[in-house]
Design a protein around this ligand. Structure first.
Ligand SMILES: Cc1cc2nc3c(=O)[nH]c(=O)nc-3n(C[C@H](O)[C@H](O)[C@H](O)COP(=O)(O)OP(=O)(O)OC[C@H]3O[C@@H](n4cnc5c(N)ncnc54)[C@H](O)[C@@H]3O)c2cc1C
Length: 367
């Protein structure tokens, strides 16, 4: 058997959480391997909405990183959100970013955003990116963890699960189980030529009784394209036996608020679905020699479905924890519990408010 490749840290997943963590570990003197099953640029099923918080997180990491992102295209500036009630009445809320006025919100395909982030790691000397490596096995071995991919074996003191909603790190090392009350299903389809009621450039959230808690969205993209999708709480999907792809098509083809807007629209792909682990319930975020980040740690806002900002935030917090762990030579579950505390200190208040909004929406739609 080939000898394992030795690193201080093995990070699984090069999405926003993994990239942020690796980026924040630059110049730490620690060797980092990022294992990613895809090759960039790669698609990720998402609404592609990048809130001002995402840009602020990039600024918190490094001004050059944030400014490189602001210069990067294609992306669509989004100055706010338009909420639609079932009767098609709408309410506009305009975003402001007191810290960075030019950085409000954006819609950028994850194909482009994630590739941008990974590119930023290519010149970080202590980080090695292993694309096209799927982690298939993880085991504790003495005072380290061994990760097998379909191509090689890696060994490290710390393993970081930044591997998204179906995280293998979460499944193999934690006691967490999927709870459908704290999980949503989502579908997405890119379109061209959706009709806009006016040139508002806002992201649109449409609330309909039959998909509560959840919403239908239309997010504008450059070149007359749009990211269109539908997300709904998984426990309701099961309870009402809803086929989300079918419901999505039904709404587009038949709903009076949408029908005419999609009459001349052309789908650019088949409808694609993926899960959203919501941060409406606390869970185990760490243990002996491991931490969970981003979607692997259920950090998606339960009301808006946004997870990219918190994924990056968790990457930043994880990196600071990892630096301390190596300084104190502590990788045990007791020490790593501080990471859970830090994450919820930074995010729980906002996640709790969003959970209440999700409940409120359910109640208000019942009348
Ligand atoms: C339909 C939908 C719409 C959404 N809309 C929005 C939105 O508009 N705005 C927003 O902020 N958030 C949105 N989200 C949430 C957002 O997509 C996630 O919160 C975000 O991608 C989390 O980042 P992450 O880095 O934790 O995980 P991911 O972005 O999922 O990245 C995980 C990475 O790990 C890799 N990986 C997985 N398993 C393995 C393995 N075994 N071995 C190696 N690599 C592996 C994957 O290939 C991937 O690159 C949406 C989600 C869905 C499903």
């Amino acid at each position: 058997m080939l000898k394992p490749r030795l690193f201080d840290i093995v990070l699984i997943g090069a999405g926003p959480a993994g990239c942020a963590c690796a980026y924040q570990l630059a110049e730490s003197g620690l060797t980092v391997a990022i294992i990613e099953k895809n090759i960039f640029p790669r698609d990720k099923i998402c609404g592609d909405a990048l809130s001002a918080d995402v840009v602020n997180q990039l600024y918190r990491m490094n001004t050059n990183l944030a400014e490189a992102f602001l210069k990067r295209n294609p992306k669509q500036v989004s100055k706010g959100v338009r909420f639609f009630a079932p009767n098609n009445k709408s309410l506009d809320i305009h975003f402001t970013n007191p810290k960075h006025k030019e950085a409000v919100g954006f819609v950028m395909k994850r194909l482009n955003f994630d590739a941008f982030f990974v590119e930023q790691l290519m010149n970080v000397s202590n980080v090695s990116v292993f694309e096209n490596h799927k982690a298939i096995q993880i085991n504790h071995q003495g005072e380290s963890v061994v990760v097998k991919t379909d191509k090689a074996t890696f060994q490290a003191k710390m393993i970081i699960g930044a591997d998204g909603a179906n995280s293998i790190v979460n499944r193999k090392l934690s006691n967490n189980k999927i709870d459908k009350k704290h999980h949503s299903g989502g579908v997405r389809q890119y379109f061209e030529n959706v009709k806009w009621n006016d040139a508002h450039g806002l992201i649109e959230l449409h609330f309909y009784k039959e998909i509560i808690p959840g919403y239908f969205w239309i997010f504008p993209l450059p070149e007359n394209q749009a990211n269109v999708g539908l997300g709904m709480l998984s426990s309701e999907i099961s309870k009402q036996n809803i086929n989300l792809k079918q419901k999505f098509t039904e709404l587009i083809e038949n709903h009076p608020n949408l029908k005419s807007r999609f009459k001349n629209a052309k789908p650019l792909e088949t409808i694609k679905g993926f899960g959203l682990p919501l941060g409406s319930k606390k869970k185990q975020l760490s243990g002996d020699h491991f931490l969970l980040l981003g979607d692997a740690a259920n950090l998606i806002d339960p009301f808006t479905g946004e997870g990219i900002g918190n994924a990056i935030r968790s990457g930043r917090i994880a990196a600071e924890h990892i630096k301390k762990a190596f300084k104190e030579r502590r990788f045990d579950a007791d020490f790593n519990k501080k990471y859970d505390t830090n994450i919820y200190q930074a995010m729980w208040n906002e996640l709790r408010v969003s959970k209440s909004l999700q409940n409120l929406l359910k109640i208000s739609m019942a009348f």
